[in-house]
Ligand binder design. Structure first.
Ligand SMILES: C[S@@+](CC[C@H](N)C(=O)[O-])C[C@H]1O[C@@H](n2cnc3c(N)ncnc32)[C@H](O)[C@@H]1O
Length: 379
């Protein structure tokens, strides 16, 4: 059975065990394209500064090309041409941590394996897509085009390459979201927005993980960046055809080495605390490891996946009947899930229930009673 190459970009927040079982909703695609009017006289310049690039969006020069944008309550960005990156999304106003930036239905989704040829499958889905969506798709960038094939005479191959460069996980499927597809990549502390597929809405939601200033580029991450600069760059160059020069990859060698050490230690700690699941380490050790991850992530500026981490800690505390710790971790999970997946998400509802009554946790008292300890971090 030929397999459609899985989306290279991993979903930012793998659903935790508590949310499983809610992922069976049938597809009901609804395209919510919204043409955002061109902003007159908007120019975009690279001005740089303190490792974080900002873009001057004053009213001189020519208007950047504005393409289709997905459904948003209040547009907060434009699509702009960015030196060395193709297009990208730049904030046209300050964006607050936890703000919904993009809410988008898929143009189409595909199963990750199919009996149909992947090229034929993508071509067929594209033919059936609405005209404006098809145009938006065909405008997207692509890399890794097979050598010796002429893109001008191979539209189906081009469509497959576009799919492979831009698709992201949409539940059990891979989906194309032409609006969010313009998001470029940043590593560890450099990315400022995260995306998640919400099963109930059958849509992709992009939230600001941190405050974003007007003129700053919106960046997500294409991969697990809890690895060294060399490994990250190797992956990104091979899969996405670019050398990452984000604020973290541009650190001087000493600072980069310190960041690499933090990130690889965090990754090692993740594996360690997960071994609580098989009973290899105690609940106290698991929680202590989570606290170490939290503090290293604070040092690194790596804030992603914190909702999930705190929810896992609440799970461990509830399993050991430590109600007070479970409540505190659940409160922290509410806070970070709210930033990452939205206050109205199923994940936030679930942790709200645990914060209100830890004994409601499905794992409550499934291990020996133990005081495992709460979060050391205040935020
Ligand atoms: C999903 S697309 C992102 C939008 C793309 N820049 C465009 O013009 O449509 C992925 C491609 O964007 C480019 N890209 C993404 N992040 C980048 C970065 N940090 N630096 C340079 N190029 C980047 C690479 O060419 C990559 O293959």
């Amino acid at each position: 059975m030929p397999s459609v190459r899985p989306p290279k970009r991993q979903r930012q927040l793998p659903s935790d065990a508590a949310s499983k079982g809610t992922r069976s909703a049938p597809f009901g695609h609804r395209l919510l394209w919204l043409a955002v009017p061109a902003v007159a006289g908007l120019a975009v310049y690279l001005v740089g500064g303190r490792g974080v690039h900002t873009f001057n969006i004053n009213d001189s020069g020519s208007a950047p090309e504005i393409t289709y944008l997905p459904s948003v309550k209040r547009a907060s960005y434009v699509v702009a041409d960015l030196p060395g990156k193709g297009k990208g999304l730049v904030a046209i106003r300050d964006i607050k941590q936890g703000e919904l930036v993009i809410q988008e239905s898929p143009l189409f989704t595909v199963p990750t394996s199919t009996s149909e040829s992947p090229t034929a499958l993508i071509a067929r889905l594209l033919r059936n897509a609405p005209a404006e969506g098809r145009d938006a798709f065909l405008n997207l960038s692509y890399v890794n085009f097979p050598e010796g094939v002429d893109p001008k005479t191979s539209p189906d191959q081009v469509a497959l390459a576009i799919f492979q460069t831009n698709a992201v996980a949409a539940g059990e499927q891979a989906g194309i979201f032409p609006g969010m597809a313009r998001l470029n990549h940043g590593c560890s502390s450099a990315f400022n927005v995260v995306y998640t597929w919400r099963e109930r809405e059958q849509q992709l939601f992009v939230y600001a993980l941190r405050d974003v200033q007007r003129g700053q580029e919106l960046l997500t991450t294409y991969t697990d960046t809890k690895r060294t600069r060399q490994e990250r760059r190797g992956f990104l160059s091979q899969q996405y055809g670019f050398k990452c020069t984000c604020a973290v990859c541009s650190l001087d060698d000493a600072a980069s080495q310190a960041s690499d050490e933090r990130l690889t230690t965090i990754a090692r700690y993740y594996v360690h605390f997960a071994s609580w699941g098989s009973g290899t380490i105690s609940g106290v050790e698991a929680i202590s490891t989570i606290n170490k991850i939290w503090s290293l992530e604070e040092e690194e500026g790596y804030w992603s996946e914190r909702g999930r981490l705190a929810a896992d800690a609440a799970w461990i505390a509830a399993s050991h009947s430590d109600a007070s710790a479970a409540r505190l971790w659940a409160q922290l999970a509410i806070r970070w899930y709210t930033y990452e997946v939205g206050a109205d998400s199923d994940l936030v509802s679930e942790v709200r229930r645990i914060a209100a009554d830890p004994e409601e946790h499905p794992a409550w008292s499934s291990r020996e009673p133990l005081v495992v300890g709460g979060p050391l971090a205040l935020r």
